[in-house]
Design a protein around this ligand. Structure first.
Ligand code: SF4
Ligand code: SF4
Ligand code: SF4
Length: 151
């Protein structure tokens, strides 16, 4: 999962460069597919596969366009798109290519998986996914989350 820090100046280079169109930008702040895998686990034909980088891709030979990934994505990223080359297909799922990190002139895109060690709880990640908390994480400060406080 890639996060955005407060260094972001909302230039738009990351979402323009993202090959999978998986970056939303409410209020100009980029927010990308979490790679939580819910779409993959709900696919009845096992068409959504994890790649070696921890991202996901759609095997179009297995995809029946049933739309269950779109229906079950908790963050509304997986979507149907259509073009003249590929016809109707699924897009919006992050492959973890890292292009958004490379093109950011402010170094404001951060790979959360490089900062958080051990098994990733995506509910915790979602709590952290605000630019101010990400900034603290990058600076090595402990970041309090509700999920931890309740333990
Ligand atoms: S490329 Fe960097 S500065 Fe520009 S919108 Fe994306 S995260 Fe923000
Ligand atoms: S598209 Fe949605 S369900 Fe699939 S990995 Fe991304 S955030 Fe999770
Ligand atoms: S890692 Fe790649 S696919 Fe994922 S948000 Fe960044 S540019 Fe898009």
């Amino acid at each position: 999962m890639y996060f955005t820090t407060t260094d972001c100046d909302k230039c738009g280079k990351c979402w323009e460069a993202c090959p999978t169109d998986c970056i939303k930008h409410p209020d100009g702040i980029p927010f990308s597919c979490t790679t939580c895998g819910v779409c993959a686990s709900n696919c009845p034909t096992d068409a959504i596969k994890k790649n070696k980088f921890g991202g996901y891709y759609v095997d179009r030979s297995r995809c029946t366009l049933c739309g269950l990934c779109v229906k079950h994505c908790p963050f509304d990223f997986a979507k149907f798109v259509e073009d003249s080359v590929r016809g109707r297909h699924i897009k919006g799922i992050c492959v973890r290519c890292g292009i958004c990190v490379k093109v950011c002139p402010k170094n404001a895109r951060i790979d959360a998986l490089s900062l958080i060690k051990g098994p990733v709880d995506y509910h915790v990640l979602m709590e952290i996914a605000v630019p101010e908390k990400i900034k603290e994480l990058v600076e090595g400060k402990p970041v309090a989350v509700k999920a931890e406080a309740e333990k």
